[in-house]
Design a protein around this ligand. Structure first.
Ligand SMILES: [Cu+2]
Length: 142
């Protein structure tokens, strides 16, 4: 094998190793509840991926004060261009979370009382049902 052929073979091998076999979908969007806030407050879910909320309050945060859930925000949700988040999540105690897994049609959210809703593209306003005065977020599903 000529030196040129050896170099080509090495380059081909390197390319074969580094290229993904198929396009990976975007990672699920992560939102944390910490310090009695949702962070980020505005989160974007890329097309074809899911969303995960996790309660990262310290374990000994006062009971109830450290509990969070996701409910629709009827005030911001009814402003033009928005809609209220359509599902009520289970209560998340510190260290726990709630996910709307990816489906080809959008994130699939199963609510506390059973209904399953697939989030179509749009802007969803939500809040914590325990901390409605100050714990709000926007989820943009692309
Ligand atoms: Cu809360």
């Amino acid at each position: 094998m000529s030196r040129r052929a050896e170099i080509l073979a090495m380059l081909t091998a390197a390319v074969t190793i580094t290229l993904p076999v198929s396009p990976a979908r975007a990672a699920d969007t992560q939102i944390v509840g910490v310090g009695t806030q949702f962070l980020p407050q505005v989160a974007v879910v890329p097309s074809g991926s899911g969303v995960v909320w996790s309660n990262q309050e310290v374990y000994r945060y006062p009971v109830i004060l450290g509990y969070h859930n996701i409910v629709g925000d009827p005030t911001v949700g009814n402003l033009p261009g928005n809609r209220p988040f359509p599902v009520v999540s289970p209560m998340m105690v510190p260290g726990k979370g709630w996910a709307c897994p990816a489906t080809p049609e959008g994130p699939k959210c199963t609510g506390l009382d059973g209904p399953t809703v697939v989030l179509k593209p749009g802007r969803y306003a939500y809040m914590c049902g325990v901390h409605q005065n100050h714990m709000h977020g926007i989820l943009i599903v692309n």
